[in-house]
Design a protein. Structure first.
Length: 485
């Protein structure tokens, strides 16, 4: 993942009408999309006016959890980073038109950092947020018809609280918390959508039960299964079951050092998952746990690259998964492993969590770091090809404008953004027409011709001249010119 360090909010004002003592300038942050703006103000600081806000399209960054198909034909999901308040977003995606739209921006006021895959009862969506610095975790519902967000329950403790892993059974939601409770080790809980009653079902003891539950699966209406990420009797987490009627929690099997990976997948009476280590070569495994016999078996041992995602069942006897460098297929009946697609590491290709089968041998998923902020992608197993459908956190007009605007002899203003553009994050050269209040991108930097431009100025020949702080050739930047005529 590329991290770009940027200074915050320094600007140079340009006198646009001396008689009026009015000035125009830029700010690197703020505006309607928190990605910078052009503003005007009088010399005495009065009559401040935002003229143009640099927009961020496809808000959200570093996605991990797959979306779900809702009754309106759209795919809904959450992303735990980015958004207007840098606290995550809830989005809708139309696969047919390839349109992505943020429906809700999370914040410190309504809950931050949504976790896990959404669940639905057919008319509403349900999800959770983790606790942030100023608010505890929440259980919430979202009505796609009215686009209304409602907090159903607020958990009682702030801090590093992972509230996630929802399961819906007979109008009751079940979930987990990794902290809080009597032992501060987390608990299993339920929320009755009819009575609006919240109940703590089982208090966890990390030494005996494990800690940080990451996956809940309902095998039937009375039995939940899940994975603990760490601690427990073996120190590396474990597979567990919990009886809703009996209120009995049971450690079923201990994971090898490194623990489990991704989520559990239920196929018939069997739960499947992956481990990071263990197996014949200690490179990780695919395991099976039969919920009828309580027998745990290692189905496959990785001997090269370790598994890095959840398994996705294709409905026909095979799983799709990923290592650090490939998408693979694993056929259960004959234990056959095949690499299908190799990631392009230069663009940060890889995926986490599980994929959503679309039919016709296609799967929808998320790549957290593709071109630095992530993407929605479709994997076509027939062609063994990946198509990135939506690039997230895109700013085609640029974002984070530079510290100065240049008033050209043609009475238009010119400046740069140090991020955004057609190529993701290299920046742009733009023109601002005050008469039309319109910004036009003149050039999107692509890394080879420079990246992260700093400023431009008009030369004696009327051309614009500027510098970038970096480039792909020697990482030392370039001097460039641009003819605005």
């Amino acid at each position: 993942m590329k991290n770009i360090q940027l200074s915050i909010t320094l600007f140079l004002l340009v006198n646009i009408a001396e008689a009026q003592q009015s000035f125009i300038g830029t700010v690197e942050r703020g505006g309607d999309f928190s990605s910078g703006s052009i503003f005007r103000t009088d010399a005495d600081g009065t009559n401040f006016e935002t003229l143009f806000s640099f927009p961020i399209e496809n808000r959200g960054s570093f996605p991990e959890d797959r979306p779900i198909l809702f009754s309106d034909g759209l795919y809904y999901g959450t992303i735990s980073n980015g958004g207007l308040f840098n606290s995550g977003v809830l989005y809708a995606y139309d696969l047919t038109s390839n349109e992505y739209e943020v429906k809700f921006d999370f914040s410190i006021y309504v809950g931050q950092f949504p976790r896990g895959t959404l669940v639905t009862d057919g008319s509403l969506l349900f999800g959770t947020t983790s606790a942030g610095a100023q608010r505890t975790g929440t259980l919430y519902q979202f009505d796609p018809t009215t686009e209304t967000h409602t907090i159903l329950h607020e958990f009682s403790q702030t801090g590093n609280q992972n509230i996630s892993n929802l399961v819906l059974i007979d109008n009751t939601l079940y979930g987990t918390s990794s902290t809080a409770g009597v032992n501060n080790d987390g608990f299993l809980w339920s929320y009755d959508l009819t009575t609006e009653a919240f109940s703590i079902l089982y208090e966890l003891d990390r030494a005996m039960d494990g800690n940080n539950p990451r996956s809940l699966v309902a095998v039937n209406s009375d039995m939940l299964y899940g994975m603990m990420e760490g601690n427990g009797p073996g120190g590396a987490g474990n597979l567990f079951s919990y009886g809703l009627t009996s209120n009995i929690y049971q450690v079923l099997t201990l994971f090898p050092p490194g623990g489990s990976n991704g989520k559990l997948v239920l196929v018939g009476d069997d739960l499947f998952g992956t481990t990071v280590n263990g197996g014949a070569d200690n490179r990780g495994t695919i395991y099976r746990f039969n919920t009828t016999t309580d027998v745990y078996t290692t189905e496959f041992s990785f001997n090269g690259l370790r598994p890095s995602s959840s398994l996705t069942y294709d409905g026909n006897g095979a799983f799709i998964g990923a290592t650090e460098e490939t998408i693979f297929e694993y056929e259960i009946a004959n234990s056959t492993y095949t690499d299908l697609y190799t990631f392009d590491v230069n663009t940060f290709e890889y995926y986490t969590r599980d994929l959503l089968p679309l039919g016709n041998n296609e799967f929808l998923g998320m790549m957290p770091d593709f071109t630095s902020a992530g993407s929605l992608f479709v994997f076509d197993r027939s062609a063994n090809a990946v198509e990135h459908k939506v690039l997230l956190n895109q700013a085609p007009l640029g974002e984070i404008p530079g510290r100065t605007l240049t008033l050209h002899s043609n009475d238009k203003y010119y400046g740069v953004t140090r991020n955004g553009g057609d190529f993701g994050f290299y920046g742009t050269l733009f023109e601002y027409d005050p008469g039309l209040n319109q910004v036009n991108v003149l050039h999107s930097f692509n890394g080879v011709d420079g990246s992260f431009p700093q400023a431009v100025t008009e030369g004696a020949d009327g051309r614009l001249y500027g510098v970038t702080s970096s480039d792909a050739t020697n990482n030392k930047g370039v001097i460039f010119s641009y003819d605005v005529v």
